[in-house]
Design a binder for this molecule. Sequence first.
Ligand SMILES: CC(C)(COP(=O)(O)OP(=O)(O)OC[C@H]1O[C@@H](n2cnc3c(N)ncnc32)[C@H](O)[C@@H]1OP(=O)(O)O)[C@@H](O)C(=O)NCCC(=O)NCCS
Length: 179
Amino acid sequence: MAGIALEFAHRRHLDAIQRYASDPAIGALSNVPSPYPADGAAQWLAWAEGEREAGTGVHFAVTLDGQCIGSCGLTHIDGKARRCQFGYWIGKPFWGKGYATDAGSQALRRGFHELPVDTVEACCLLRNSASLRVLEKLGFDIFAETSNGNNPKWPADEPIGHYRLTRAAWQAHQSQAAS
Ligand SMILES: CC(C)(COP(=O)(O)OP(=O)(O)OC[C@H]1O[C@@H](n2cnc3c(N)ncnc32)[C@H](O)[C@@H]1OP(=O)(O)O)[C@@H](O)C(=O)NCCC(=O)NCCS
């Protein structure tokens, strides 16, 4: 299929996930481990399959013309609170072409149509300007700013933005984009 598409995480994606996620640029501003372990992609797939089986997460390979170029996922699915978390990364050779926004838009559509959620949340380092822009383009709004807390990857005072997209805001954003 041409263009950006989402495929459920599968072992056919492992080589590409391992190759692109190993670039320190991916982990530098995201929760992707850095340095990326030699079996990082295999660990990711085992986690993705476990979450899908348990109904707590849906993990996708982002593909461009059928080739895996990154990943995104809807995690921490909480059917009672009708909420989940959104995360994503795109291989560095493909940055700046709108692919994260396209993949994110497809993931959100699937989330709101197929999962028991009315709110999607995302956390982002406030210095991750490209990711903040992706969230903005997808219609997310910031609802809280905190310091890092206890993620050992960042300094304790690292500013983190907490973003939210409700179903109603997503629908309004869709209508606005279509008009
Ligand atoms: C964040 C990331 C997913 C963006 O992927 P991408 O495919 O390049 O994103 P898009 O092309 O859809 O959109 C990027 C936007 O950020 C903008 N941008 C890029 N670098 C920027 C910067 N330093 N300052 C401000 N805006 C920036 C681009 O111009 C574009 O906005 P525009 O369409 O208005 O011009 C990618 O950089 C990545 O994987 N980073 C490492 C992992 C990561 O940070 N994941 C998110 C964790 S919260």
